[in-house]
Ligand binder design. Structure first.
Ligand SMILES: Nc1nc2c(ncn2[C@@H]2O[C@H](COP(=O)(O)OP(=O)(O)O)[C@@H](O)[C@H]2O)c(=O)[nH]1
Ligand SMILES: [Mg+2]
Length: 394
């Protein structure tokens, strides 16, 4: 007989136990009764090519009858069921079908998203859908499948549903993960049919401690245009003067502008204002968790934020490398973690920010292939940036 229980199924294999708060539900302690019926839920499919975080997720599951007798699901009161979590509502729907002997039926279900959900940070890494029926006065679980909602349909939404190119500046301490973030986005957006799962690295990353980016560098992935910058270092204030930062924000410095030319910029020696220079629409400030108590950097961050505010450019703070606080955060950077919470509060107090503007981030680093957790994390960051732009332009 085929395996019938809790084996993660396509479309992606990486499944993690998720620490969601499940509200008490009478059915959560369903007993799994194996010998009640020779039925398995064998496959599932997502019935949508594009999804937004708020949209209910349509699924189709295939239920197989392994016996030589027809099974009338209606008369046996069988239902498909899944239990509420931080992202999805409870689901229960009767299976109104007869499954022929050694045959199968396909059943559609709609996983409804909780009210108030507007990003994927609560999307569980896997979701159990099970088949239940009454047994000895209780409900029994007779078959089950674990599914992993793919991130790709959400990425399609990012790529297709935001009209114009989004020009984003990445800025912050050297070694804070700017180039790694670019690589994460490249990996997320990769559509090369030959290597759909490969982790891509267009931006050069070197071990922390060495400053490597020596010029402004623009990378475009579909409708997202990311500009990498040289890192901030306390020893070289002249390469991050207020004037220089204003010029960058205003789009006055071209792609490949060199750090060596940065220190010679002053009010008497401004770069020519060429036509078509476009102001940035968003700044992502990178703050590695380990720099949260670096007074000089926080003071600089405060100045940077002030400049962005003056030019009316929205920004977010990306709290990076959070997996170094707790490796579990690599799989889910949004689990509640007291150290992270403390860092966020401290930083927000110092620079007078709303906590919702600080997003914990993990990047692709040593991985060689895409994985669900990292894709979701990169999506969450990008989607937050898109949302922030929309809020700002309202
Ligand atoms: N543990 C961990 N390391 C990271 C992460 N993102 C980047 N790094 C590492 O941090 C170092 C600096 O990253 P890099 O992208 O070059 O920083 P940049 O100087 O801001 O461009 C590299 O060794 C990366 O591998 C992350 O999410 N977790
Ligand atoms: Mg870099």
């Amino acid at each position: 007989m085929e395996p019938r229980r809790n084996t993660p199924q396509k479309p992606r294999a990486s499944v993690f136990k998720k620490f969601v708060q499940v509200t008490p539900d009478p059915d959560t302690n369903l007993e799994f009764i194996d010998n009640l019926s020779d039925i398995v839920i064998e496959e599932w499919r997502l019935k949508a090519v594009k999804l937004t975080p708020e949209r209910d997720v349509p699924i189709e599951v295939t239920i197989k009858n392994l016996t030589n007798k027809d099974i009338n699901c209606t008369s046996q009161e069988m239902a498909l069921r899944s239990v509420r979590d931080g992202f999805f509502q409870n689901f229960a729907g009767p299976v109104k079908k007869t499954i022929p002997a050694f045959g199968e039926v396909r059943v559609q279900i709609l996983l409804k998203v909780n009210g108030g959900v507007n990003n994927l940070n609560e999307l569980p890494s896997s979701k159990e859908i099970f088949l239940i029926k009454p047994h000895q006065g209780k409900m029994a679980k007779i078959a089950s499948i674990n599914i992993v909602i793919p991130i790709d349909p959400y990425i399609r939404h990012l790529k297709e549903d935001f009209a114009h190119e989004f020009k984003v500046l990445l800025c912050g301490l050297f070694g804070s993960g700017k180039s790694s973030f670019i690589n994460s986005v490249a990996t997320l957006f990769n559509e090369d049919p030959r290597f759909p799962k490969r982790k891509l690295s267009p931006a050069f990353v070197r071990p922390a401690g060495t400053s490597v980016s020596l010029d402004l560098h623009s990378y475009t992935f579909n409708n997202i245009n990311l500009w990498d910058t040289w890192g901030w270092e306390s020893g070289r204030p002249q390469v991050w003067s207020d004037l220089l930062f204003q010029l960058i924000l205003g789009g006055r410095l071209p792609d490949r502008f060199k750090i060596d030319d940065a220190s010679s910029i002053n009010v008497l020696n401004l770069p020519e204002q060429k036509g078509g220079c476009k102001k940035f629409e968003m700044v992502l400030f990178f703050l590695p968790y380990s720099a949260a108590d670096d007074e000089r950097y926080i003071t600089q961050l405060d100045k940077f934020i002030g400049e962005a505010r003056k030019l009316d450019i929205p920004f977010l703070i990306l709290l990076t490398q959070v997996d170094k606080v707790d490796p579990a955060l690599k799989k889910d950077p949004y689990i509640e973690n007291p150290s992270i919470q403390e860092i966020v509060s401290t930083v927000c107090n110092k620079v007078q920010l709303e906590e919702s503007l600080v997003i914990p981030v993990i990047n692709y680093t040593a991985e060689r292939e895409r994985n669900w957790a990292m894709d979701r994390a990169t999506f969450v960051t990008l989607f937050s940036a898109f949302q922030r732009r929309e809020e700002f332009n309202m």
